[in-house]
Design a binder for this molecule. Sequence first.
Ligand code: SAM
Ligand code: SF4
Length: 336
Amino acid sequence: MNNIPKLIDPFNRAITYLRVSVTDRCDFRCVYCMSENMNFLPKADLLTLEELDKMCTAFISQGVEKLRITGGEPLVRRNIMEFFNSISRHLKTGALKELTLTTNGSQLHRFAEQLAEIGIKRINVSLDTLNEEKFSQITRWGRLVQVLKGIDAALAAGIKIKINTVALKDFNEDELEKIVKWCANRKMDLTFIEVMPMGDIGNENRLNQYWPLSDLRKRLTKTWTLKDTDEQTGGPARYVRVYETGQKIGFITPMTHNFCESCNRVRLTCTGELYQCLGQEDQVDLRKVLRKNSEIEPLLEAIHNAISKKPKGHDFDYSRQSISGQMSRHMSHTGG
Ligand code: SAM
Ligand code: SF4
């Protein structure tokens, strides 16, 4: 089936990519993402699995062809495989071209095979260090061996993996080469992410964590030959190929690179708010519309309305040692 994009924003961008946070909860407490004592949302506020399915199906009927499931940690949501099983029917009809997820990997050893069976071909796993002690330090509650076991299980099930690594000053700078080689040996792509000013995370000072990717990239060129590619995903990542290893490395630099002009995505939170832009507060409460109406039309109308107000871009800026454009909401709520 050919799914024609029906969601076109005021800047003529076709919205074909939906990221959905299915929970704000997580079994880790990464220092740049959450505080140690997080207050989570009441369960009744969360979209049920059936509601999540209805929402995603509505977007797919309007031309969304890529769905990324995220969180919080998507694989800690109770019965999440029921949702994955059900929504994968759109892969079979061809309406959905890609169903994927972003995960911390802690539960992958349990779910990798089932995820492969329903048609998931690629997933993103977040991993900032290969050192066990540092891993516990950055995730507070995580165990590296468990994540590595999950990655192995996914690779064995035939799923391609991209590793997402947040570049952190004085934390993983010294592991740069090791991480690149480790990914190359496993034929995994790698994307580096700059720390973004999301959420109130307690005492951590983001300017202390911030390691600009321009510097990281310069460091990489001391060891490898990086060839620019013109590959575009409509997202914030820019890609290079490493000549010596053939692997792809991405750089997500929301602070230093304006990627908004090619944006093709919107985000649905676990409570059913649709954020038209990661870096803006504008949102529309789709849960209210969904719970009030048994018909699908009001929901479709609300979605179209929201897209017609998608802003041109975000305002993050770390310049002059102040953090302007800072967002109060947590990445785990919106879905990273
Ligand atoms: N729990 C899953 C995981 O960690 O992959 C999915 C949700 S997590 C919020 C998605 C991504 O956001 C992760 O790659 C994480 O490293 C990234 N992230 C979280 N907080 C961030 C921040 N303040 N700046 C940049 N990236 C952040
Ligand atoms: Fe959890 Fe992912 Fe946030 Fe880490 S980055 S605390 S794994 S949601």
